[in-house]
Ligand binder design. Sequence first.
Ligand code: LRH
Ligand code: MN
Ligand code: MN
Length: 388
Amino acid sequence: MTIDPTVLRTLERQAIELPSWAFGNAGTRFKVFSTPGTPRTVQEKLEDAAEVHRLTGLAPSVALHIPWDLVDDWGKLAAYAEDLGVRLGTINSNTFQDDDYKLGSLTHTDPRIRQKAVDHHFACIDVMHETGSQDLKIWLPDGTNYPGQGDIRGRQDRLAESLRTIYDRLGPEQRLVLEYKIFEPYFYTMDVPDWGTSYAHVTALGERAMVCLDTGHHAPSTNIEFIVAQLIRLGRLGSFDFNSRFYADDDLIVGAADPFQLFRILFEVVRGGGLEEGSPVAFMLDQCHNVEDKIPGQIRSVLNVQEMTARALLVDQEALRAAQDAGDVLGANGLVMDAFYTDVRPDLAAWREERGLPADPLAAYRASGYAERTVAERVGGQQAGWGA
Ligand code: LRH
Ligand code: MN
Ligand code: MN
């Protein structure tokens, strides 16, 4: 074994939330490919998510997107999830598919439209009370396309006011998590384009407001681990939306494009105590599977996160501190690189087996017959939400 028992005990605590929309058909604005066996209902998305958890032990909760996952009876849905061995997690609001929001939602100049967007968040909070969800995640599509189109500062003021109204509505155990994104759907300004803007808003709101870092939402060559270190240091890193990007918001399997970057991010999470008991940092995937099979895509994703977490935990922090203090540049770098280059997969397979999980979850999935069963049973699966 390369991994010592303390590392394994820390790994025990890792939980990675799956997005319900990862199980729906997805694509680009050019084409959505439909996959046989795709869930037709939110219940079927939960079934698929539960399958990922059953095979990996890593994904005990599922994030929902409103209105994509609307149901009449949330208590019933929560019970359904529980029967499957998972629970309902983060509630994501959606103000990006309504004509009223063309020029803004929480930032709109028209008080009626702002109120409509605030009311949508109130409805999400009502859902959270019924599902027992802790986090309301707000990703705001608001922005402008042309210089002069909007008053940048006025939009910030209206955003601050809207967020305040939403935050004040939260229950004492609930959090508001504000996600940022550099561009898209608007291309000149986004109203929450970066971690600094998100941080400014959440600190103004109060202790239960946090930043969500989506790994796909930065300019090329941004040092994301620096942002991670800083937000943890400031006590405001609430959650990750993990995915991979080559170009922009590609939403590919986390760790697929740049496993070393994922390692560096997780190293800062470990360094900042983000895996310790009671840490506020929540791990989530935010991905779509356009061409690959969805359940295996999610299995691979959670395994990638676990694998890079294990490697990050292998760094000898004490030796590293000593090397850093001694000004041993290459020694310090060597300690980090040694951990990164360690293949932990056999140890993690053994770790799974000890817990009654399959050593190879992907092979176990293929052998389970689940895919064949759902293809036969489910006809006419849903899109991930975009066209549904
Ligand atoms: C926006 C985003 C946000 C949405 C999700 C579907 O790009 O990352 O988190 O809720 O995609
Ligand atoms: Mn996201
Ligand atoms: Mn995104």
